[in-house]
Design a protein around this ligand. Sequence first.
Ligand SMILES: *[C@@H]1O[C@H](CO)[C@@H](O)[C@H](O)[C@H]1NC(C)=O
Ligand SMILES: *[C@@H]1O[C@H](CO)[C@@H](O)[C@H](O)[C@H]1NC(C)=O
Length: 453
Amino acid sequence: MRSIALYTLLSAAILAILILFTTYAWPHVPSNPWQTVNSHSNTNTEGEQRVKIPVTHQDWTFDHRRDARNYGLSEEQCNAAFPLLYKEIDRAVEHRKRIGKDIGIEEVEVRQRSNVRAMIRDNQLYVVDAHGENTNFRPRTLATLNSINRAVSAFADPLPDVEFTATFDDDAAARDSNATTLAYARLPEQEFLWLMPDFGFWGWPHKGTNSYAEHISILDDQEEEFLDKIPKLVWRGGIGNAGGDVRKKLIAQSEGHEWNDAKSVNWKNQTEVQERRLSMQEHCDYMFTAQTEGNTYSGRFKLLLNCHSVSVTHKMEYIEHFHHLLQPSGTYQNIVEVKRDFSDLPKVMDRLLQPENLKGETKRIADNARRTFRERYITPAAEACYWRALIRGWAEVQGFTPERWVDVPEVEGRKARRKPRGVPFEAYTIMETTQEWEIPAPMRHVCAVGESY
Ligand SMILES: *[C@@H]1O[C@H](CO)[C@@H](O)[C@H](O)[C@H]1NC(C)=O
Ligand SMILES: *[C@@H]1O[C@H](CO)[C@@H](O)[C@H](O)[C@H]1NC(C)=O
């Protein structure tokens, strides 16, 4: 009798272990986390088509052709597909722990006109306060809130409740230098900033990129083989204002060389704009794309990194959420870095263009960039994974619980009740305000391009 009981216990234990193991089996982490390993085909040994999006499947590997636009990968899949993606989040969490003080409710006040205060509660986005009220910040506000909403609503599992601010200035710390907020870029010493994906990961239609995903689709359809591209260094942009310093040096150092196709554009001169302007996809017709900072970081960098080309950049001051993956040397070299004044550019270009290098070292840099960025770390799927990891990271050091309700006082005989705090994103995206609106609401004023409001 006793041995039967023992056997029952033993087999129950084994079964439990087996179930646990199957349920929590970790998807394969690629042996080389920099690049997509496409050795796994889409079909299994029986030749059947695999389930399209396996949820937790120990044989799942990220395949950019199938998964790049999947905004709802599970946490396990996100970790397996993008093991090196989350460095900036870990850094921000570590910084907070080092200070020894969790994020307080008083730190999530809206402080400037480019700021939004938002909350995620029960996997839904709410806007608590919004100040994205000019022609520069309004598209950024809408783009970023939509990106967050996409990453949150596509996800099947619970996310922690968080409340935070996001700042849409090129330089989030310009006016209020120590605010703990989500930002598009930071300087190395601005450790209090939490990097979020830039608004262009949603779209930048007023600068010619209808959506980030469409940019990639057009390249997939139309991009030439690397060796068939124009063997020149391309750049277009204004040199008058922001970043004029490095930009003028790029023009000066390129002047007179056979490989030069760097041209300044005076955006106020329509003749010049018509003559010189290139779409982002046209930049990818070139073997070499130059990258320069502007006000702070460069909004086009991630678009150019999607080209199967060699990015040539000066040493940068500002950090975006994916910059730690840029490799200026070594086996996985994926960009070419020159001095901030571009003084070594001619020498570097001559080496890259040597016929024996073009097919070898130079093409390898473009191949590495393509595998590391376009096919993995800056895919739309990776962007969504990053947002959710950011939410989890923030929650880890959030020292308060977001308030869920506000009391509504009794009016005109209607009984007092409470209502959810903040405006659900669904309403915000239509009304673009967090103020109470009348019912029926008057027609909303819609701004035209160039109009300040
Ligand atoms: C920001 O933090 C630094 C270092 O802790 C401090 O010296 C500086 O005064 C702070 N600035 C503001 C505006 O709070
Ligand atoms: C506009 O640009 C064209 C082409 O670069 C140039 O020839 C022309 O002088 C410019 N016009 C003005 C008003 O600057």
